[in-house]
Design a protein around this ligand. Structure first.
Ligand code: MEV
Length: 450
């Protein structure tokens, strides 16, 4: 066995050779790791090849559970929403709260805008007025000279919406942007936008060079060309409402009290970033799970959502509530730049399945669905937090996880669940009771049934 943990040309190795190399160099040559990695390969080599080619240096697949949350009534249509997530309780909460709102008219989702944005960031040396006038005179060239790139998008109803030069020299001397807005229809549009921005930068450089401006004003340093994942003009709003009196389905919980506490909880998230972060994290439990299942970029969606939550200068809740004239209204307004064509959507078999399950929505419909998942999740979290507390639901899952680890059978699970229904689920106590049921005397011994 060699001991050379650094390597050149690793990407050129076959998958087997990569596995062998990391096993030898990092895992003491232990063959069980080779078996483990290979056991996660898909049995159909064609499907495996698709996964291999999504990224570089693929050695195996990493599973996360794929669940569904039925009973989502959104704009009068019932959806069964696919969710890819590893955290317990999220799918259960989505389903439970979807059913709750189905009985109260469901979710009303509206796409407000779908504009995407990108920038050529550059340094330039001169009076902004001259730059602005110059960009005005050459603006049509940005549209004309990119027609080969925009033709298909135009046919679908999209394309470049506007181009402006922005003065950011207040942030940094000589810093300017060519800012472009786009409609990318059902595509997330990253490649489309980035290709256009790079072309714009070339046009701008060339036109400045060939202009009658002074030598100083002809000089430009292109810093970078990139879309912005912050899309405050690609917004969806989703709302639920009901009479305050109909808010509680639990005889032990008074609807009015609940509504008031719920409102306080939102208020706390609006004034206290420590809480707002957790509050919004819960929203993204729902949103990310659908974003992942539908093959979209959850890092982009999250980054954008958090920036939007800070748009006032303070990080706040993405959801809001209003209690007026006996009516409870709860809504989310969030930017969601997602696509239903391109990227993983036509490649990943499970992503294709998710789209089919949702009735092959277009991007706007998908925005409406994802917003509802986020809103349901937040309602569920706040409902638990201001009534029973969050641990009650979590403890149920925690108990089940421990029992599964122990290999408990159905009867044992029922007995132990019943025992812990009014007690704190503590790992050692569960193991001890489990051992007792199995007739094992020694405390804390975990035994597994074959
Ligand atoms: C846990 O993943 C999410 C919650 O913490 C969200 C919240 O506190 O609102 C329950």
């Amino acid at each position: 066995m060699s001991n050379n943990k650094a390597i050149k040309g690793f990407s050129k190795f076959s998958k087997e050779a990569k596995i062998e190399w990391i096993t030898n160099e990092y895992l003491d040559g232990d063959e069980q790791f080779i078996h483990l990695l290979k056991s996660y390969w898909h049995e159909d080599s064609k499907v495996q090849k698709i996964h291999d080619e999504f990224i570089e240096n693929t050695i195996t697949n990493f599973y996360i559970p794929f669940g569904v949350a039925p009973n989502f009534l959104i704009n009068d249509k019932i959806y069964c929403i696919p969710m890819a997530i590893e955290e317990s309780s999220v799918v259960a909460a989505a389903s439970k709260n979807a059913s709750f709102w189905m009985e109260r008219g469901g979710f009303k989702s509206t796409v407000i805008s779908t504009t995407k944005i990108g920038h050529v960031h550059f340094a330039w040396y001169g009076d902004f007025k001259i730059l602005k006038d110059f960009v005005e005179t050459i603006k049509s060239k940005f549209f004309k000279e990119t027609e080969d790139l925009t033709r298909n998008m135009k046919k679908r109803g999209g394309g470049i919406l506007e181009i402006d030069v922005i003065n950011r020299s207040d942030l940094e001397p000589n810093y300017y942007q060519l800012q472009a807005k786009f409609e990318t229809c059902d595509a997330m549009g990253a490649n489309f936008i980035n290709s256009l921005l790079e072309k714009f930068s070339k046009i701008l450089e060339r036109e400045l060079q060939e202009s009658n401006l002074s030598e100083k004003e002809k000089k430009i340093t292109i810093i970078m060309c990139i879309l912005s994942n912050y899309t405050p003009e690609c917004i969806v709003k989703c709302e639920v409402n009901c009479k305050v009196d109909e808010l509680s389905d639990d005889p032990k919980v008074d609807s009015n009290e609940f509504a008031k506490k719920f409102q306080q909880a939102i208020h706390v998230a609006n004034i206290e970033p420590y809480r707002a972060t957790t509050h919004n994290k819960g929203i993204f439990n729902g949103i990310d799970a659908v974003v992942i299942a539908t093959g979209n970029d959850f890092r982009a969606v999250e980054a954008c959502g958090h920036t939007y939550a800070s748009k006032s200068g303070q990080y706040k809740s993405l959801t809001n509530v209003e209690i007026k004239n006996g009516q409870f209204k709860f809504w989310i307004e969030i930017p969601l730049a997602v696509g239903t064509v391109g990227g993983l959507t036509s490649l990943h078999p499970m992503v294709k399945f998710s789209h089919q399950l949702l009735g092959n929505p277009n991007a706007e419909k998908l925005m409406e669905i994802i917003a509802a998942a986020g809103l349901a999740q937040n309602f569920g979290a706040l409902r638990s937090l201001v009534t029973t507390g969050i641990q009650k639901g979590h403890m149920k899952m925690h108990l089940l996880n421990i029992l599964n680890q122990l290999g408990a059978d159905k009867t044992e699970i029922e007995l132990i669940k019943d025992h812990f229904k009014d007690k704190v689920v503590e790992h050692r106590a569960v193991v001890n009771l489990f051992n007792k049921i199995r007739g094992v005397e020694k405390e804390n011994t975990i035994i597994k049934k074959n």
